[in-house]
Design a binder for this molecule. Structure first.
Ligand SMILES: [Zn+2]
Ligand SMILES: [Zn+2]
Length: 387
């Protein structure tokens, strides 16, 4: 963590909104503050905190910043975390506007912070550790599904869905749900890896591709997609990135896409066939809206795989006849496993995967969620949590 630089140094040597060392664009001019035992003690002395309360979940939902939210007490095998930032995910939009079931009043599941209080039965060396809080809050570890893939556990709980999430100053996490953040990664760079990056790592792994095979990524310039381009490139895949606009074209090609197709101006189906010897891609991973899903079967070669990772509630339109005739596979993938996250963080430490991050103020969260709903965000927005 960096100390706050004196303001005269900041204004003399750095544009206030851009951190060259981290390659992060700051809309708010706030620097990570140093952690100390003193702040940990102060944290324990307070009993209320600020949080982004979802008022009236559903189409008219609004975020209200409240300052009277009780700071919870960690129970057995739990820790209290003081958050410094949180990424904002498209599933937060769906939860807030009622498209997917949310029972918690505070969303968010890409949080980074420090452990400031331990419950019972928790190793003492976790105090002050810098950790990440993810979508998968708990899973049962006892069911037959957990034995195959814990991310599909029917008994799971999720941050920001049915337990209060990371859009607040303090949150609880069970010890087994924590991710230790490697020293080499800054808070705002690590945050988007915890859901966006992990979701892409999981979906690319579940596509079951071999090196040199073709992967179509729809929504490639977005929060998930731009990380998917980098992960796929590192796994030796050839990526056809689909999105729209010059900015997203430049971003995707810079990050290692083999080709970029603009869905507004290119004949996507013809171009994908041309690039893939007339067969289509080995896999399509869709992180975009309903139109991208509808087109995806026409971009696949026979024996190809569609991986659904973008949250769309419309039905897929494919007949069993087409599926069997072409031997297609459809796979659902929410987030990746703990092992996937370990591999992804290692890629990030080595500089092979790097989120494109915009940092925004906590008070902007309502606007940010609306921008996400309108697919207006390039890369990932991370909000700074006030200390
Ligand atoms: Zn997410
Ligand atoms: Zn389970």
């Amino acid at each position: 963590m960096k100390d706050n630089p004196p303001s005269f140094i900041l204004s003399a040597y750095f544009p206030p909104s851009y951190d060259f060392a981290k390659d992060v664009y700051y809309i708010v001019n706030s620097w990570p503050r140093p952690r100390s035992l003193y702040t940990a003690i102060m944290a324990e002395a307070r009993d209320t905190q600020s949080g982004a309360w979802v008022d009236q979940r559903g189409p008219d939902a609004r975020i209200k910043i409240r300052n009277d939210i009780p700071i919870p007490e960690p129970g057995t095998c739990e820790v209290l975390i003081k958050l410094s930032c949180s990424g904002v995910c498209h599933s937060d939009v769906h939860n807030m506007f009622g498209n997917t079931p949310m029972t918690a009043d505070i969303g968010g599941h890409e949080g980074v912070g420090h452990v400031v209080k331990l419950g019972t039965n928790v190793p003492h060396d976790l105090l002050q550790k810098r950790v990440g809080v993810k979508w998968l809050h708990t899973y049962c570890k006892q069911c037959e599904i957990c034995a195959v893939d814990v991310t599909a556990c029917p008994n799971q709980h999720n941050s920001g869905r049915d337990v209060p999430g990371t859009f607040q100053q303090y949150t609880l996490s069970p010890v087994e749900g924590l991710t230790i953040i490697p020293d080499a990664l800054d808070d705002v760079v690590a945050a988007p890896l915890l859901c966006a990056g992990l979701s892409m790592y999981g979906s690319i792994s579940r596509a079951g591709l071999k090196e040199g095979e073709w992967l179509v990524l729809t929504g490639a310039g977005g929060g998930l997609g731009h990380l998917g381009v980098q992960i796929a490139r590192e796994k030796g895949l050839k990526v056809i990135a689909i999105d729209t606009g010059e900015q997203k074209r430049n971003l995707c090609l810079k990050l290692g896409a083999t080709s970029f197709l603009d869905f507004k101006s290119d004949d996507v189906e013809t171009r994908v066939k041309e690039l893939t010897n007339g067969y289509g891609a080995h896999a399509v991973i869709s992180t975009a809206g309903p139109a991208a899903y509808a087109q995806s079967f026409r971009l696949l070669r026979n024996c190809g795989t569609l991986v659904c990772v973008g949250l769309v509630t419309d039905n897929l339109t494919v007949s069993p006849f087409e599926l069997l005739k072409r031997a297609l596979r459809i796979v659902g993938s929410s987030v990746g496993t703990p092992e996937h996250l370990e591999e992804l963080l290692e890629m990030a430490v080595q500089g092979k995967v790097k989120p494109v991050v915009q940092v925004r103020a906590f008070e902007d969260l309502d606007d940010v969620l609306r921008e996400l709903a309108a697919y207006q965000v390039e890369g990932r927005i991370v909000i700074k949590i006030p200390s």
